[in-house]
Design a binder for this molecule. Structure first.
Ligand code: PLP
Length: 388
């Protein structure tokens, strides 16, 4: 099959999410040089808008070339020197991935692992640090594999009381819910463009606090990764404009456009839209007897992880949603493989019409699977929720 020229999917999985036509248009603008003054202006505006989106004044805020995982690797590899102790909190796939990355970067990794679907309590982090001090504590804000939201404020206080730096994965949360880098005193934070920023995959926004930059500046050894070395990348993003690697020009056009869209909507309204549509979807799914997997009170608005009803063929439903309705939803990952659906409401895809479409499509598909449902129950409950 050719690259889809006209095929229009509704992307309601764990990412990528629907991309605004204005962002796609920006991608197709003429490529210019990475040292062209016009392009350097674009980088400056991206930095400013990323500072706005991350709620930070951090000077060291920029978009790394690569997807969200490159952001993860950038944060870890720059803060860690061989043998440094790092604590990683695991309650899903991405905490596991961070552990793998940290080990490869040479960290002495200790982990705390809790059941999938649960969030960490601050005391658990305190206990772990009491047993084994760390230079860096890594934790996932929005665990896309389980749909769990991890509160960070109290944990940040504990991490800093123990003299460690806080490293946060905000790949799925940034642009869809509050990520308060300065307010929560996060030292290093990374995201990805294709979740709630609603841009194609390819760039990883990152930000480092002054304390984190201090650590980077005072390293005894060179950063193990040449490509992701912030001390070199900052010389291109800073006033020197020293060539390091060619910036992905058109992806930066796209990111700028998507960040402008976010600024125009305003962060508070954008977060509010995600919560409102999540509640409507949840009302509809619950009325069809579909249960959420995260412990109550910790559900993410942009990633709805639900349990697949008994006797339902996971793959058949997702195939039908895709072929009959053009809707993509995600299956389960890791421990949740075959047990969960992950319904994304990210960025531009987080709309009332998508929620209603998905509910109607899921009802049809479950009925085809032989599940006995009261016709229209999902839509009725969703409508009631939407009308207040
Ligand atoms: C998607 C995701 C990543 C990885 O991002 P890629 O763009 O796939 O490299 C990391 N962490 C979380 C929480 C994610 O949702």
């Amino acid at each position: 099959m050719n690259a889809p020229k006209t095929m229009k999917r509704v992307l309601m999985g764990p990412g990528p999410s629907d991309v605004d036509p204005g962002v796609l248009e920006a991608l197709s603008r003429p490529t210019i040089g990475h040292l062209d003054p016009a392009f350097l202006e674009i980088l400056n505006e991206i930095r400013e808008l990323l500072q706005y989106t991350f709620l930070t004044q951090n000077e060291m805020t920029l978009a790394v070339s690569g997807t969200g995982s490159a952001g993860m690797e950038t944060c870890v590899v720059n803060l860690i020197e061989r043998g440094d102790p790092m604590l990683v909190c695991i309650n899903g796939v991405f905490g596991k991935r961070m552990t793998d990355v940290a080990e490869r970067c040479g960290a002495e990794v200790s982990t705390i692992e809790i059941d999938w679907g649960k969030a960490f309590a601050p005391e658990q982090i305190a206990q772990a640090l009491h047993k084994q001090p760390a230079k860096v504590v890594g934790i996932v804000h929005a665990e896309t594999s389980t749909g769990v939201c991890q509160p960070l404020e109290e944990i940040s206080r504990i991490v800093h009381d123990h003299g460690a730096l806080l490293l946060v994965d905000a790949v799925t949360s940034l642009g869809g819910m509050k990520v308060d880098v300065d307010g929560w005193k996060i030292d290093a934070c990374y995201s990805g463009t294709q979740k709630c920023l609603s841009c194609p995959p390819g760039l990883a926004p990152v930000t480092f606090s002054e304390a984190a930059m201090d650590v980077i500046e005072n390293r005894k050894t060179r950063v193990q990764s040449w490509y992701l070395d912030m001390s070199m990348i900052r010389r291109y993003w800073g006033s020197e404009r020293l060539y390091h690697h060619t910036a992905p020009i058109n992806m930066n056009y796209a990111l700028l456009e998507s960040l402008r869209i976010i600024k125009e909507e305003g962060l508070e309204s954008r977060w509010g839209r995600h919560v409102a549509n999540h509640k409507i979807l949840k009302a509809g799914l619950s009325a069809m007897g579909i249960r959420y997997l995260p412990e109550p009170g910790y559900e993410l608005p942009m990633l709805n992880a639900v349990s697949i009803p008994d006797g339902v063929d996971d793959a058949a439903v997702r195939k039908q949603l895709l072929n009959e309705f053009n809707i993509e939803i995600g299956g389960g990952l890791g421990a949740f493989k075959g047990k969960a659906w992950r319904i994304g409401l990210m960025g531009s895809a987080c709309t009332l019409s998508n929620v209603m479409l998905a509910l109607a499509a899921i009802e049809k598909s479950l009925s085809d699977q032989g599940v006995k449902l009261k016709p229209g129950a999902g839509i009725a409950a969703a409508t009631k929720q939407a009308c207040g």
